[in-house]
Design a protein around this ligand. Structure first.
Ligand SMILES: [Zn+2]
Length: 232
């Protein structure tokens, strides 16, 4: 998993290079580290972005998350039936592909994203192909365990304060609910940001140009104001 940690370091370079000096994650080779992905540093359901409500309300009753939508912003989310499985325990892919145009990043399948989100992501890829933009899904769905491990690693590697700027606990993560995607390389995230929500995805944080969250209403309302970071 060295390569994945190196990518993690690269992902941070833009915003936190000073903290990488001498203590970047690229130097450690954890044998079993399923969640140390490149751009998976951020996840959140910001209070201004009702990212879970739109998706939850339209997906099938077999995939709706309940326990992961316990943020303050999820108050309007539909309540799935008791029989619905817990989306938060569904793991995401583990570095199953390499981003062809920038090998620092992975390009994983949309497995585990809520059906509506996966469909919208497919539309993103189709439109990107039409206009000649190479888009990689550096990270999408995470289980609670995967999210927790990412957060723990950031706390360990960069300290609590830094972790607060780039990670969220599982119960607040849009990656856990299957409604967030991390987009690389930068040309791709810039292009998607330029769509201004038309495709259902909006960049949500100032400090994470790669992190987008889905809500069907974005196509109508445009993107909400960004938060400075996952933790405001
Ligand atoms: Zn993210």
């Amino acid at each position: 998993m060295i390569a994945r940690r190196v990518r993690g370091a690269m992902a941070l370079l833009g915003a936190a290079s000073v903290l990488l000096a001498g203590c970047g994650p690229g130097g450690r080779a954890s044998a079993a580290d399923p969640t140390a992905t490149a751009t998976t540093v951020s996840t959140a359901v910001p209070t201004t972005a009702p990212s879970s409500s739109g998706a939850v309300s339209t997906v099938s009753t077999t995939t709706v998350s309940t326990t992961t939508s316990s943020t303050t912003s999820a108050a309007s989310a539909a309540t799935p039936p008791p029989s619905a499985p817990d989306q938060g325990d569904v793991p995401g892919p583990e570095g199953t592909g390499r981003c062809a145009v920038d090998t620092r990043y992975t390009d994983e399948p949309a497995t585990g994203l809520l059906p509506e989100v996966a469909a919208a992501w497919a539309a993103v890829l189709a439109e990107a192909a039409q206009v000649g933009v190479d888009v990689c899904l550096a990270d999408g769905k995470r289980s609670r365990a995967q999210q927790q491990q990412i957060r723990d690693e950031y706390v360990r590697d960069y300290g609590e304060a830094m972790a607060e700027q780039y990670t969220l606990p599982p119960e607040r993560s849009a990656h856990v609910t299957g409604t967030a995607v991390d987009v690389q390389p930068r040309a791709a995230s810039n292009w998607l940001e330029g769509s201004a929500g038309r495709l259902g995805f909006c960049r949500t944080y100032d400090n994470e140009p790669w992190h987008f969250e889905f809500d069907a209403t974005f196509a109508v309302t445009g993107c909400p104001a960004r938060l400075p970071s996952p933790n405001g």
